[in-house]
Design a binder for this molecule. Structure first.
Ligand SMILES: [Zn+2]
Length: 344
């Protein structure tokens, strides 16, 4: 277990999803005063290794589950993977209920009828169905079946957990810190972070990372996620420019402004590619057709993890297309259950 104190009373535990190099995740613990409650920001992957590391960290800091609050920034598998386990052990969990507004998402898996039904709708919208794209459809269904057969939950699967819904303007106080809940829309619709104005420290989940462009993954039309993301980034630049920014992945960031500029630049570049792909001829394209063009996808990945990566490319392309449509740079049509984007 790798733990270090990154600010007074704030500890960082680095976890790894051993199967993939993308899987590095940092969970943070704010130690409470003696006999008082402590805070964990996110939980890490739903794996035995992560659980052992986190239990070791909690024991080293002498924090029992009954005195532990867990703030979930957003409902992705690397952040909530252990939430159900910790809830059973007695921790109290907090999350924005907006994170559950749909049961199917680009990056996490949920079993159950509801999610499977929604998956079909979502896939249809982006141009994937049994009839139109039989091979790709089959892979989605095979993955569902494979997951249903697993005795242990897959690392991408999030088990249900009880939580207390975050409320507007709520503060969380631990040790010498008073954190405000801040809205960080973009990476997901309801992502939330924490900000201590006096100590100039903010937990900002997956909104910004150094050297990585976070995925803004759209699931349904009209979510406006990229627009909300750009708004959030400009707010962060203005209000949190002098803060120590603690992301969920990678090192803490001392100067966030150039990191934000880099992310915006990279999105604008991607947006250009997406627009070029859509307007290169007269034929309107589905999200899936555009994704294939932009990322040069020729083969459907056999490997489950690679498949998830491809799935997130679809969600990212969807976000770009929706933003271009909102900016009136491309046209959008809805025909036979499919969204089409084309020349104005
Ligand atoms: Zn993450």
């Amino acid at each position: 277990m790798k733990m270090r104190e990154i600010a007074e009373g704030i500890y960082e535990v680095i976890l790894h999803d051993k199967e993939k190099e993308v899987g590095e995740m940092r969970v943070h613990i704010v130690k409470g005063k003696p006999g008082k409650r402590s805070l964990m920001v996110d939980t890490g992957f739903g794996s035995q290794e992560s659980l052992e590391d986190m239990e070791e960290a909690l024991a080293a800091l002498d924090i029992p589950y009954k005195d532990l609050d867990i703030f979930l920034t957003h409902k992705h598998h690397d952040h909530c993977g252990l939430a159900s386990t910790f809830a059973k052990k007695g921790a109290k969990i907090f999350m924005n209920p907006e994170e559950e507004r749909h049961s199917y998402d680009c990056l996490y898996m949920q079993m159950g009828e509801e999610s499977q039904k929604e998956q079909k709708e979502v896939l249809k919208n982006v141009g994937i169905s049994e009839e139109w794209t039989p091979k790709l459809w089959k892979r989605f269904m095979e993955l569902n079946e494979w997951m249903a057969k697993q005795r242990e939950p897959w690392v991408y699967e999030i088990q249900k957990y009880p939580y207390v819904a975050l409320t507007e303007g709520e503060t969380f106080s631990y040790g010498d810190y008073d954190f405000w809940v801040i809205s960080l829309r973009g990476h997901t619709y309801g992502q939330r972070g924490l900000y201590d104005a006096k100590h100039r420290i903010a937990f900002t989940a997956d909104q910004v990372m150094e050297g990585i462009t976070p995925i803004v993954g759209t699931t349904h039309a009209n979510e406006h996620l990229l627009g909300l993301y750009f708004q959030s980034l400009s707010w962060m630049k203005r209000e949190l420019g002098d803060c120590l920014i603690i992301p969920g992945h990678g090192e803490p960031i001392e100067h966030v402004a150039p990191v934000i500029d880099q992310i915006v630049y990279s999105y604008l570049k991607k947006m250009d590619q997406v627009k070029d792909a859509v307007v290169k001829d007269e034929t309107p394209k589905t999200v899936w057709q555009t994704t294939k063009l932009v990322y040069g996808i020729k083969e459907i990945p056999e490997d489950g993890e690679d498949f998830i990566v491809m799935k997130s490319m679809i969600s990212k392309t969807f976000s770009c297309l929706e933003y271009l449509y909102e900016q009136e740079l491309v046209q959008r049509d809805y025909r036979d259950g499919r969204l089409y984007y084309g020349k104005m």
